[in-house]
Structures are given as C-alpha cells and as structure tokens.
Design a protein around this ligand. Structure first.
Ligand code: GUN
Length: 295
C-alpha cells in the first residue's frame, strides 16, 4: 500500500489486539467480559450494516454484545423504556442507540435519557460538556477514531491549521472541539466550515489537515486542497455503478482520484475512518466495563 495512505483498517486491527488482551486479562481475573448493547430502530440499511459490524467487532475482541431491535413505528415512550431497562441492567456496561431515528422520535430527548455512565457513543450532553472541558469522558467514536488515527500515524497537530467541513453533532462539532483543546490530540488551530460558509475552497486551501464530514460524495476536489496536506475522509456513500459486478462503488466526501496525487497523506474509503470508529466504540466499552470514567 502507498505510504501516502493512512491505513485505518490496519491501525484498527492493531488496537483490537490491545483491547482483546485486556478483555482476556479481565476474564482470567474472573471479571465478566465487557458487554455492549445496541438499540436499532427500523431497518435503515446503513444502520443495519453498522450494527452488524459493531457486533462482529465485539466478537473479535471477546466482548459480549446484544442487539435490541425495535419496529420503525415504536413510540418515543417505548424506546425510552428500553433505554431505562438498559440503564438499570447491571450486566450491560455500555450501549448505543443507532442513529438516525425515525422522524417521529425526538433524538435529543432519546440521547438525554441514556445514563451518561453507559453512553459509550459519548453523545449525552453531559459527556459532550465533559469533552469540551477536557474532563475524562467517552469521546464520540468517529472523532476519537480520527484523533487516534492521526496520533498513531505520528501526525503532530500542534499549531497546525485544521479545517473541518460539516458541523454535525456526531462528527464535525466534536472533532473541532477535540482537536483545538489542550490535550494529547489537540493544540490545532481549527476552522469549522458548514452549509452557510462562503467560499469554502478559500478555507480548505489553507488547511494543513482537512477533515471532510460534509455528507456529499466526492465534494472535495483537488483544487480545494493545499499540496502536501493531510486529508481525512469521513464520508461513505454508495454510488450506483452498473459497470461493476456488485452494481455500486463506495466513495467518500473526497474525490480521491484527483486529490491523492497532491496530498502528503489521505484516508481511503473504505478502510480509513470507518474501522477506527468501530474500534473507538470498543475502547469506550472497555473503559465503561473498567469504570475508568464513572465509578
Ligand atoms: N450513526 C452514524 N454514526 C453513528 C455513531 O457513531 N453512533 C450511533 N449511535 N449512530 C450513528
């Protein structure tokens, strides 16, 4: 593989070995295996894929996992009562509610009903607040994965200009906070661009590190990237392509083909940020089981 490629899959595999060792040590010491649960509402195909990947990742490291499947039509009250059940079940160390939720459910209300000590997605306002203040917390999985990917690729962000595209609650906003903080991942100067930003290329061309989490296929073109930049592609999109046997290709938020020649480093799609996100969830589940953040 080109040494320009940041191989998230390989780095995630190495972290999984570290986690598996810790899980094995817990079991050797007669402590139960960490237990992650996921609530999946409806049959969104992307959510199904994520939940299956998370379950498989748990198996790979010796953790227990349980999936709670609820109908698309489930009421908010029923979903909250499932969450309350998991909040109180001492066998569950951490759980996630897979997003997006159907439109009739208020996502903010759902996230607020999760016990912060079991919120291994790090989405609860208390955990987001703790991250903002630099207190120990569960970091949201994608930002955590990106930060680890940069760190383990020996990319020092100290004083670098990092431009983030997209201000979602699960990626753009938390990664911009994390990388600008005074912490082991941070010390960058961060610019956060979003749908109302004007002349986005003017910002992206100044980025030493460009993080694309805008949700639009092939959005970042070569003329938007500074030569020698580091590019992190958070997007993953299925594009119909009947010339391929499977009928589609996967692409990110970055037009990889045109951008690759001019960068110092870039993450591929698939095999970049995705595997790092999943391994970060395992890391948070291990922290939950070991009561490292909340006693
Ligand atoms: N949907 C897209 N990304 C995520 C994630 O990291 N966690 C959850 N729960 N849902 C998601």
């Amino acid at each position: 593989m080109s040494n320009k490629i940041m191989d998230g899959k390989a780095i995630a595999a190495a972290i999984k070995i570290e986690i598996a060792k810790e899980v094995a040590a817990m079991i050797d010491a007669d402590v139960k295996a960490p237990h992650l649960a996921a609530i999946l509402v409806g049959t969104n195909p992307a959510s199904e894929t994520y939940v299956v990947s998370k379950k498989k990742a748990c198996q790979d490291v010796g953790m227990t996992s349980t999936t709670y499947r609820l109908e698309e039509t489930v009421s908010e009250a029923e979903l909250i009562s499932t969450i309350k059940f998991l909040n109180e079940d001492p066998d569950i160390d951490g759980f996630i509610v897979q997003l997006p939720l159907p439109d009739h459910i208020n996502t903010d209300k759902i996230i607020e009903s999760i016990d912060p000590s079991k919120d291994v997605d790090g989405f609860h306002p208390q955990n987001i607040g703790r991250m903002q203040l630099g207190l120990p917390t569960y970091l949201p999985a994608t930002p955590f994965g990106i930060a680890e990917l940069l760190k383990r690729s020996n990319i020092d962000l100290d004083g670098k200009h990092c431009v983030v595209l997209g201000r979602s609650n699960i990626v753009g906003t938390p990664i911009s906070i994390l990388l600008s903080r005074k912490n082991k991942y941070g010390n960058a100067t961060v610019t956060l661009c979003h749908s109302r930003s004007k002349d986005i290329g003017n910002f992206t061309r100044q980025a030493d590190v460009l993080i694309a989490a805008i949700g639009q296929p092939d959005y970042v073109k070569a003329d938007m990237v500074k030569p020698g930049a580091i590019v992190i592609d958070v997007g993953i999109h299925r594009i119909e392509d009947n010339t391929l046997e499977k009928g589609y290709r996967l692409t990110g938020d970055v037009d990889f083909k045109s951008v690759f020649p001019i960068v110092d480093k870039i993450t591929p799609v698939p095999g970049g940020v995705g595997p790092m996100t999943i391994v970060s969830l395992l890391q948070n589940t291990l922290s939950a089981a070991k009561r490292l953040i909340y006693q």
